[in-house]
Design a protein around this ligand. Structure first.
Ligand code: WTA
Length: 635
């Protein structure tokens, strides 16, 4: 394994090197990997087009770096530990050599179906080992995987399949989630009514429920794998060939297909995994995210496996069959590093200390959080009760677009401060800009978080829409990657993420575009228009508050009925994660004379703050605000 940073002075030293000569720094990090051909250029970039190319001309296959490169030393080491939803079902361990065989076999299956380098394969699966096997098989043959979180509705699934023009869909019959089962296959069937690009659907049996298989299109995973060889030679790719597309929400309605490429992502996820979590050989790493999100891509599958780690995949939810499930898993599998979201911590904290205090969890060395700001109370509870005062917490800030962690403590090395992501990792050059784009130098400043220099793991484009990539990330501030987050740098130079400054909200660690939710609400036949904002929510971080204008409202209309049907509609169009927590039916929205909704007012009202509205003289009809306040107070 490559060298790890071990001390704080070591960190500062590496950081300095990475800023003075980034090309040399990253080319050294790339050296440990197996390249079929070394690259011609380490970095070619400009943030204007934008163009970002790392290790261009380098030839490799990422799965050769997981398997062929490590197989002699790790053959019998466990690669994936799988913990099922139901604790009474057996867990499964796959060694590197067993996983390798399964990946090679499934690669051959995909090839036999005519999947070629560059083709898109959509994965809509629960957290079972076959999800990891399928994604690695795509990487092995050079197909681009696009994983869609299995909580999304059929409409969301269809939108993503159509945008990616996926040729193959891989799914299951159903999925378990706590006490519930999800009818995965029937959601796929519904979605595919609209998707012409899909030729074959591969179904792994999980729940055994009754499903219909469309002849000529649908194939059982187990049938098609029958007798298929486990001999397979990896497709050799260029470092800049796409590895995957992952859709994420933006401030406009349509989800964005964030595209990551092979070489840079490989180097970056592996480097950050080892250093942030201080993973040591033999440790068991448990990231509780779903592989349908970037955290699962980078820190359940790619980062750990590229580092020869044992990674734990959990199918279920933290509160089933009871609220001690995470702690049971940590004890059962002797987990050493545990990585989860603040929402889960807050939810478990609210259920009391009983479950966590019953467990010693002596194996734990490091705790991590990701996805949203962690409040101090949750940080302390995590530290004191889960980590028993002996595990450093790494509060890791990053995004789907960044590929891997950018700002975070190194576990046990960087002194932590509750709710601070602390310092940038080597290779990351954050800057804070005011709204006019002026850089705020020095400490004790607050503004827009940008990154001024590329790093290998960053996204290269939005699939099929480079213009939107440029517009979203590189146009707000010239020659800067704009993250969309607000940030504070304190007197010690430590970074604290303050939350989104755009129209994106963060609900339970899930990114949600307010426009996306509005579009779904507006589909309701009675809705004229709507405005969605986030508001502080004790458990979820932010809740979804929707102001809705409906037609034909009279005294006899049941607001309750409309609100209920709007919620059902959003659930069907996007999925349960987008369902508004609160809906207020109003007769108009506060708009300026140029027609822009004054969202800052709506945010204040949603937060139950009815004071200091500032300048509202540009409003077309200030009376609307009075009505909204009255109605809101009455609720
Ligand atoms: C937020 C998740 C505060 C942030 C990896 C970012 C955080 C968005 C943190 C990306 C953190 C992520 N502290 N906020 N440690 N980590 N965020 O794309 O607003 O799902 O822009 O990636 O989550 O969410 P995404």
């Amino acid at each position: 394994m490559a060298i790890k940073i071990k001390t704080l002075s070591g960190y500062f030293h590496e950081y300095q090197k990475s800023v003075v000569n980034p090309e040399q720094f990253w080319s050294q990090q790339a050296e440990e990997f197996f390249w079929r051909k070394k690259c011609d250029t380490i970095l070619d970039w400009n943030f204007e087009e934008p163009k970002i190319e790392w290790f261009k001309g380098g030839k490799l296959n990422l799965t050769e770096n997981i398997f062929e490169r490590q197989i002699f030393t790790r053959k019998d080491q466990v690669a994936i530990v799988w913990e099922p939803n139901n604790p009474d079902e057996d867990s499964i361990s796959l060694t590197y050599s067993q996983l390798f065989d399964k990946v090679k076999q499934f690669s051959n299956v995909l090839l036999s179906l005519g999947v070629k380098k560059g083709d898109r394969v959509a994965l809509y699966m629960p957290m079972i080992p076959e999800l990891a096997i399928a994604m690695l098989a795509c990487a092995r043959i050079g197909a681009i995987h696009s994983i869609i979180f299995a909580g999304f509705s059929s409409t969301s699934l269809a939108d993503r399949i159509i945008d990616a023009q996926a040729k193959i869909v891989i799914a299951t019959d159903g999925g378990y989630r706590g006490a519930k089962t999800i009818p995965i296959k029937s959601i796929v069937d519904e979605a595919l009514e609209k998707c012409d690009s899909v030729e074959k659907v591969i179904i792994k049996k999980r729940t055994g429920e009754n499903i219909s298989m469309k002849s000529g299109r649908d194939i059982w995973w187990d049938d098609i794998c029958q007798g298929v060889s486990t001999e397979n030679t990896a497709e050799i790719l260029d470092a800049e060939d796409p590895l995957f597309i992952l859709y994420t929400s933006g401030s406009t309605g349509k989800p964005k297909g964030v595209l990551h490429t092979t070489g840079g992502y490989m180097v970056y996820t592996s480097y950050t995994f080892r250093n942030v979590f201080q993973y040591s050989q033999g440790d068991v790493f448990f990231c509780s995210a779903d592989i349908g999100w970037i955290t699962g891509h980078s820190y359940i599958v790619y980062g750990p496996l590229l580092s020869g780690a044992t990674t734990l995949m959990f199918e279920g939810i933290p509160t089933w069959p009871e609220a001690g499930r995470f702690w049971d898993i940590i004890e059962k599998h002797q987990v050493n590093q545990f990585y989860t979201a603040p929402t889960a911590i807050r939810a478990l904290m609210a259920l009391g200390n009983k479950f966590v205090e019953e467990k010693a969890m002596n194996s734990l060395k490091v705790l991590g959080t990701v996805g949203e700001p962690i409040n101090e109370e949750a940080w302390h509870w995590y530290h004191d009760h889960v980590g028993k005062n002996k595990c450093p917490i790494v509060d890791t800030w990053w995004q789907t677009e960044t590929g891997g962690i950018l700002i975070s403590p190194l576990a046990g090395i960087t002194p932590t401060k509750p709710s601070y992501a602390t310092l940038p990792l080597p290779g990351i050059q954050p800057v804070i800009l005011d709204n006019e784009g002026k850089e705020l130098q020095g400490n004790s400043v607050e503004g827009n978080l940008c990154i001024k220099f590329p790093w290998p793991g960053m996204a290269r484009t939005l699939y099929g829409d480079h213009e939107r990539f440029k517009l979203t990330y590189f146009s707000t501030f010239k020659n800067q990657y704009f993250t969309g987050d607000g940030v504070k740098r304190d007197e010690d130079g430590y970074y604290r993420i303050l939350g989104r400054v755009d129209d994106v909200i963060n609900v339970s660690g899930h990114r949600m575009g307010t426009a996306e939710v509005e579009n779904a609400i507006n589909e309701h036949p009675r809705v004229v228009e709507s405005a969605v904002v986030g508001y502080p929510h004790e458990i979820k971080g932010q809740g979804i508050f929707a102001y809705v204008v409906c037609n034909d409202m009279d005294d006899t209309t049941s607001e309750k009925g409309i609100i209920k049907s709007i919620k059902i509609g959003v659930n069907n169009i996007i999925g349960p994660i987008a369902k508004p927590d609160k809906i207020l039916i109003v007769s108009g929205l506060p708009k300026t004379r140029s027609g822009k909704i004054m969202r800052r007012l709506l945010r204040k009202i949603a937060a139950n703050d009815f004071t200091n509205f500032g300048d509202i003289s540009t409003l077309l009809d200030p009376g609307v605000v009075e009505e909204i306040i009255e109605k809101s107070k009455a609720k």
